[in-house]
Design a protein around this ligand. Sequence first.
Ligand code: 2M8
Length: 442
Amino acid sequence: MPVPSLPAELAALRETAVSVLRGNDLGDITRPSPTLYPHQWLWDSCFIAIGLRHLDPQRAAAEILSLLRGQWPSGMIPHVIFAETTDFYHAGPQRWRCDRVTTTAGGAQSTGVTQPPMIAEAAVRVGEMMTDSARAAFYRQLYPGLLRFHQWLYTERDPDDDGLVSLVHSWESGMDNTPTWMEITRPAAPLAVRALRRINGDDALDALRRDSKEVPPDERLTSGDLFTLYRIVRELRGAHYDFREIRRTIVPLVQDVAFNAILIRANEHLTAIAAEIGEVIPAGLRRSMRRSREAIGQLVVDGVYYSRDFRTRTLLRHETIAGLLPLYAGVVPEDRVDGMVKTLTSPRYCARFGVASVPLDDPAFLPRCYWQGPVWVNMNWLIADGLERYGRLDAADDLRRNTVDVIAASGAMYEYYSPLDGSGAGSNRFSWTAALLLDLLA
Ligand code: 2M8
């Protein structure tokens, strides 16, 4: 691929991004980071493919197709497919008891939950860089598995035909410790965690955690929350990952607004893929797709979109970056768009380095703590795409430029950045930051 002509400083940054992706390349999958995430993650691989298409479209297509190796007979595509590497990851195959539960059709070991369905978006972006015949071949390989995944999302996770799919773990949202999810998750804390915390405080719990060697623990989930997420994994296993059983347990069930927005957009792309290769989306799925576009309107109050508790159907009134993704889905009525643009470019979301994951005036806001405040490059990318879709081109350009600037300021591909001073945090050499930078510079 020809390298675009860039000023020297950006050309050097681009080279850094390319070297990060090469360093994390494990063959036909790319790990998100060399120090924190040694396996394949669903939505990471999609963002990675969107960047890799500028280097090698076939390799980008392989990144997407490799997700199907992990597909379960039910149609679910898991959020992590475990690579055969030394496992230093805290929620690896042992946590999921992969030795006892063989679940994937291809025999790969995986988790039992999914992640935001970015596959169709990534496929279309990669397809844009291919010849017509190569694209058709790629789509034909992908389509059956991708169709089953979208069907599974509705049949399994929207049992009451709400038009909104429910998530069963905050890891499915991709935004692990976002306040919305933590509030609804905390009541499921294991008794031992509550007892230990009462007797010895959080220090005793901190000593037990395995994930915090690379990153200061105060920039990640609290130990109590982390152990609660592990407990939910046990509950899900006990319920055989079957939603009808899960809904009878203590597992939090959330109609997550970001996930559903991404699904709505993915449905459009799946429809386009099907049309291009002469396939017809089954009528049942077409009905669900239509219902989703209408149902997301039930999540808005005073111009703000929220996630909803599946059991009580009450809105979880935490304003976070997840509520901005209906822009990306293209489901925001025109008279509401300017209000949302005003919000996301206001000091509350900081704007200088992109969009903060939690508004600065939220009591939960912490500038360097994971999904509790930092700016994430993938979120900026999605929101900029939505702004462009609504013709707010200046706002989209500003957001993209600020995203490149925040990466350029440190010269490094961090997992996330502080919205206050732009400092990098989390893992360095993080793949989707590198990949989406390549896309922003193309
Ligand atoms: C983070 O999530 C994993 C669990 O899936 C973790 O905390 O260990 C999230 O940022 C998620 O969105 C991301 O896909 C994953 C890998 O980058 O890391």
